[in-house]
Ligand binder design. Structure first.
Ligand code: G6Q
Length: 547
């Protein structure tokens, strides 16, 4: 493929950006009474309003051309077909197959993966129902009341985010906890809240070699055995989610209590696989199926809708427009939905681990920027913290606002206030406030002209600041599945255009390589591997604190 920056659409977008430099969304809204209708799209229960962006019909036409010229459609077809699009690891990326169990067959390396997927789903369903009905009990015959998922990164963030989001669907009698950090305080705090006789530990690790997870799993087993005094208890209180049968056996978990997945499931795309067991246990099997079905609905839309009316394509292109042509380095995720409080952290991994890459799929360094910085927090809390910078700071920060029309746990008129705040913020970002208006307001409040002139510049909001709004009826499992799949595919579209491999994560590996020699030095007090003087100094500050 020609270099991205040489494509006609990229070149045209450079020119177009020059014409759009002074584009004012307020004027665009004034000139087109139908702007919302022209720049919004509904898929199922999810409405995307992308009208508050610095875009014209011509911008979208050029961006869609860029998607076509850079081969997004071919790569999308290859992903759904199970081709090895993860080129550096020679693997398919088939999270879409996990949520389409009705698909008759799909061969990867001569194996029908659909049969494997269905078999594991059946095993997960049987187990989930056994725990919920009390058929599966702890070693002393008591029912399971607490589930502890021990995993990190992709084996933690997705399930933790979903369980939090779907709290109103929680099964009675079961609490789910997540332990990820090797900092012992994480596990210790959780253990202090639970009873070993009624607890089930899910050891979630694709590789079953991850230091943090294995260390926490070992400590959890020791704690359990110290209280139940019988090695046989492990079989009733520990299950594993992994691709590594040998590792699971070596740890001492019976492979009969292992839920398998496969190397073509990326960690950050794995909540739809056996890694979702904690979700099924938290919300029940039917709701887990509904989560999968929601993601599948978004998959079908992504696979079939024309690029011009394709939600993941449009959000991906608009994000890329700001990142590459307006040099916006970050974007904010602002769920006006307390239950989505973990969404920014989940999307941080999804986006930054997928597209934080500097080498193309054909092994050349990129000569354009990739991988925006993702951050955010739940509204309205963010409003009282960092929104100042969004409104009055010097940077351009596109933002996604997410809001439900209905709340699962309404109280008085609080939800109406939540919606009002959400819409008011996107409106304020758009409309802003001029110096003349600020000055007039101050004078109307009784301030002298001199004082008003001095204060007015501080009360100016430039406006014309972009946002998307995702409005959904209610945060139910189906809608949440759609929203997550939307972001997965958005990231895919951007990675496809940047011609990078969104499915590997070599950057994660470096820390895994460097930590063991430091650990050894901390224990022995002798540094045997070469380090810079900073690292050496820090190690010695621990091993020889008095020097
Ligand atoms: C995700 C990453 C990474 C991974 C963790 C845990 O895409 O690869 O976050 O999920 O390092 O790995 P294991 O599941 O193998 O323990």
């Amino acid at each position: 493929m020609a270099s991205l920056t040489q494509l006609p659409a990229w070149q045209a977008l450079i020119q177009h950006k020059k014409q759009m430099r002074r584009f004012d969304m307020r004027t665009a809204f004034a000139e087109d009474a139908q702007r919302f209708a022209h720049f919004s799209l509904k898929v199922g229960d999810v409405l995307l309003d992308y009208s508050k962006n610095r875009i014209s019909p011509e911008t979208l036409r050029l961006l869609v051309s860029l998607a076509r010229e850079s081969g997004v459609e071919a790569l999308r077809a290859a992903m759904f077909a199970g081709e090895a699009i993860n080129v550096t690891e020679h693997r398919a990326a088939l999270h879409t197959a996990l949520r389409n169990p009705a698909r008759p067959s799909l061969e990867v390396d001569g194996v029908n993966v659909m049969a494997q997927i269905r078999a594991v789903l059946d095993q997960m369903q049987r187990f989930t129902e056994a725990v919920h009905t009390g058929t599966w009990r702890g070693h002393t015959g008591q029912r399971i009341t607490d589930i502890v998922n021990i995993g990190i990164g992709g084996s933690d963030l997705g399930p933790a985010m979903v369980c939090m989001a779907l709290g109103p669907y929680a099964q009675p009698g079961v609490r789910v906890h997540f332990v990820s950090n090797i900092d012992p305080s994480h596990l210790a705090t959780t253990l202090a809240q639970i009873n070993p006789a009624t607890s089930l530990f899910i050891i979630a690790s694709k590789t079953f070699t991850t230091l943090e997870t294995l260390a926490n799993a070992r400590s959890a087993r020791q704690w359990l055995l110290a209280q139940l005094h019988d090695e046989a208890a492990v079989a009733r209180h520990f299950v594993a989610l992994s691709t590594n049968v040998q590792g699971v056996k070596a740890f001492g978990i019976d492979p009969a209590n292992m839920f398998e997945f496969w190397d073509w499931v990326g960690g950050r795309y794995s909540l739809w696989s056996a890694i979702g067991l904690s979700i099924a246990l938290a919300i029940g099997w039917k709701n887990f199926e509904s989560l999968l079905a929601g993601a599948q609905a978004m998959d079908s839309h992504f696979a079939e809708a024309p690029l011009e009316q394709n939600m993941p394509v449009l959000t991906g292109l608009i994000g890329l427009w700001y990142h590459n042509f307006w040099r916006a380095e970050t974007y904010a995720i602002l769920p006006y939905d307390q239950r989505l409080v973990l969404l920014p952290a989940f999307l941080q991994q999804l986006d930054m681990e997928s597209n934080g890459k500097g080498v193309t799929r054909d092994n050349r360094p990129v000569n354009y920027s990739t991988g925006p910085i993702v951050w955010g927090a739940a509204g309205t809390n963010g409003q009282h913290a960092f929104f100042e910078l969004l409104h009055q700071g010097t940077r351009l920060i596109p933002a996604d606002f997410l809001i439900a029309a209905e709340n699962s746990t309404p109280l008085g008129d609080q939800h109406e206030w939540l919606i009002a705040n959400c819409f008011a913020q996107t409106e304020a970002l758009l409309v802003g406030k001029t110096k003349a208006v600020a000055r007039a307001e101050l004078i109307a409040q009784g301030m002298s002209r001199t004082q008003a002139n001095a204060l007015a510049p501080h009360k100016v909001f430039s406006g014309n600041r972009p946002s998307n709004t995702l409005l959904y009826r209610r945060l139910d499992p189906h809608t949440l599945g759609m929203l997550i799949a939307l972001y997965e595919h958005k990231v895919f579209v951007q990675g496809a255009i940047w011609n990078i491999n969104s499915f590997d994560q070599w950057g994660v590996e470096l820390g895994k390589q460097l930590a063991p020699p430091i650990r050894e030095a901390l224990e022995s007090g002798t540094i045997t591997s070469p380090h810079d003087s900073s690292t050496t100094g820090l190690i010695q500050a621990i091993t020889r604190p008095n020097i």
